[in-house]
Write a protein that binds this ligand. Structure first.
Ligand code: ATP
Length: 257
């Protein structure tokens, strides 16, 4: 365990995950910290996305998945029988690799979920929430005059910021990002990274990335996975400058993966 003064937002304990008979995660234990960015890195197939999807119970959607262990968020194990996964997903937002706006207007992309969940009613409250979410995602100035245009009419980078606005609009506490910039050009990537650094003031962010420079630029903490095991987890600086495990060192110096 890392010694520090951070507040734990997500406590993962002895987490194992099986896809049918294949075990994909082995006994993962880690505390993920509030208002920090944690990057999950490691070679393809090592379980990063699987681990990320455990945090909002997205893997429950896959029938063959079996999970044991616990993920405690704000003193409650999200895998307890009395927890409903929809309420978990409201608290833990997710942004995917491919920007995936709904086939709706820019406005409706942001307003849809808050209206559905009764967070706001149609009218001024909703307008304000849409505006605030788009301001926070750094998109407002680019879209304020065309809110009724389709979300899909935006550029890839703008669509990804729209998806971030959509996630923020339901007032989550944690934002999970699965390779959020891998489909974007360098300028859009820079914007998303700057946005992540701003958002961490209000949210806990866990991001999967193949881009080690990105992890080094944005993440406070980095977790290195290999073959379903959490090999090393520490401050990003330590992982990249002074890793304790030989496998971590080999990976970050490009010797495998
Ligand atoms: N829906 C699924 N059904 C069965 N096995 C799966 C499923 N999703 C992932 N796996 C397996 O679980 C292991 C971990 O996959 P996962 O996608 O979590 O890795 P990853 O580190 O995110 O990889 P990448 O960097 O390539 O996205 C792999 O062996 C993969 O084949």
């Amino acid at each position: 365990m890392i010694e520090n003064d951070n507040k734990t937002k997500i406590a993962v304990k002895n987490l194992n995950l099986y896809y049918g008979v294949n075990q994909a995660l082995f006994d993962i234990t880690a505390n993920l910290y509030e208002n920090k960015i944690t990057a999950l890195i490691g070679p393809s197939g090592c379980g990063k996305s699987t681990f990320l999807r455990c945090i909002n119970r997205m893997n429950d959607l896959i029938p063959i998945v079996k999970i044991d262990g616990s993920i405690v968020i704000d003193n409650k194990n999200i895998y307890d029988k009395d927890v409903d996964e929809v309420s978990v997903r409201k608290k833990i937002g997710m942004v995917f690799q491919q920007p995936n706006p709904f086939p709706k207007s820019i406005y409706d992309n942001v307003a849809y979920a808050p209206l559905k969940h009764g967070i706001v009613r149609k009218g001024r409250d909703c307008d304000e929430l849409v505006e605030l979410s788009l301001i926070k995602s750094g998109l407002w100035n680019e879209v304020k005059d065309k809110l009724q245009q389709p979300g899909t009419s935006l550029s890839g980078g703008q669509q990804q910021r729209l998806c971030i606005a959509r996630t923020i609009a339901i007032k989550p506490q944690v934002i999970l990002m699965d390779e959020p910039t891998s489909a974007l050009d360098p300028i859009s990537t820079e914007k998303i990274e700057a946005l992540m650094l701003e958002l961490k003031q209000d949210y806990t962010i866990i991001t999967v990335t193949h881009n080690m420079q990105q992890a080094a630029r944005v993440a406070d903490y980095t977790a290195f996975f290999h073959l379903g095991k959490l090999i090393e987890y520490d401050e990003t600086q330590t992982i990249f400058v002074n890793p304790h495990n030989k496998k971590t060192e080999d990976y970050i110096t490009g010797r495998f993966g």
